[in-house]
Design a protein around this ligand. Sequence first.
Ligand SMILES: Nc1ncnc2c1ncn2[C@@H]1O[C@H](COP(=O)(O)OP(=O)(O)OP(=O)(O)O)[C@@H](O)[C@H]1O
Length: 365
Amino acid sequence: MVDTGLTREQVIDALRPVQDPEIGRSLVDLGMIKDVAIEGGRVHVHVELTTPACPLRGRIETDVRNAVTALPGVSEVSVQFSARVRAAGSGMPDRQPLPGVKNTIAVASGKGGVGKSTVAVNLAIALAQDGASVGLLDADVYGPSIPIMMGVSHRPTMRDGKIVPLDAFGVKVMSVGFILDPEKALIWRGPLVSQLISQFLSDVDWGELDYLVIDLPPGTGDAQLTLVQRIPLSGAVIVTTPQDVALADAVKGLAMFREVKTTILGIIENMSYFVCPHCGGRSEIFGFGGGERTATRHDVPLLGQIPLEGSIRQGGDIGFPIVVSDPDSAPAVAFREAARQAAARLAVEAARKPRRPRIMLRPTT
Ligand SMILES: Nc1ncnc2c1ncn2[C@@H]1O[C@H](COP(=O)(O)OP(=O)(O)OP(=O)(O)O)[C@@H](O)[C@H]1O
């Protein structure tokens, strides 16, 4: 083997200018370069991403390759990826994070029926498909639809005094629908809703999760406000259709999350357009571009535009969501991209947080 004289330090120095494109800081400073191995002219770099759902993995790989290839004597560069999700915490210091759960993502809508649960289900599965450990909590006491959409309905069991969530498509699922009599759901008032959901957060054995996606009840009333004040939320995704009445309510949702200092990860515009399966013509049934305009006006990202499609409705009805049933379809790709963008935003939030200083214990003499 040819000795090029190349050292680990030289490789790390070459990697210093390479940034995580989302976070805008050096991979080296962020502790994302886990290992560098050199064998003659061959260099192997192990990068630890901040989420397995990283939307810019390809770009990071290219930048790492280019930086290392530029060093004298390098003939081949291989890049290996792993991921460790970091906790973004919640906006309010008094809301304690859930033990074992790194990030909680609320999926909310100002208006009912805009596809909030559909989005929650597909986002959660998309994150799990990328390799994250994911839970999905259906907190929509007024119409828990997650059991049907995820194709799970039996009552969960108990283990060591905790509720064991059900598993569907690699996601741990818990729903008020597993426990409540659907006939009684409507009489739940704000404080009771919040008490029940708090109990679900603490009494369910979620284990170690990178992301817990929470499908909130629609609206911005008393019940929703009490909930978002009590749950330690790392971020919120707002679902809307492009229709004016939905957008007006989505703006109320943005205001609610801002009031409780929860990061808004972005807006998802659902039912954005319809492509006729017969003639291929495109119709903008609920208007067009409203989600984008609202996102721009309120300075939040637009995470995606999901078309109105029969297969999405059907996937929900039969408990076989579109990211599983037809992963290459346009809506599935849009859901996956939205999930990755949301995960990337959380990684940025986590990186902004000052690291807790290590406490050095004095040796006892
Ligand atoms: N993009 C889409 N294309 C076709 N159908 C959709 C789409 N998004 C949602 N749907 C369908 O619209 C209906 C309402 O969706 P969903 O239950 O997800 O809305 P929601 O906002 O959670 O409602 P709620 O306010 O009752 O909680 C469901 O039947 C669902 O399958």
